[in-house]
Write a protein that binds this ligand. Sequence first.
Ligand code: ZN
Length: 69
Amino acid sequence: MYAVIVCFRCGQLLLAKTYQKTRRCPYCETRLILSKTRKVATAETAREASTLIRTLKQKKRMEPPDFKR
Ligand SMILES: [Zn+2]
């Protein structure tokens, strides 16, 4: 089983196998402990999981822009 997790440091979505205990974020190189990391979705196959990530990323892009800039 696969899980879509959120890196607590950079906020990127990444794919992890649920049996893994840790996962290194490919974006910011942080080592994430899976039991302490927020899971946003789970999937049976890697293919399904990557589709989920793509969908979630699109959803994120549609959120209102950040006006702090
Ligand atoms: Zn990260």
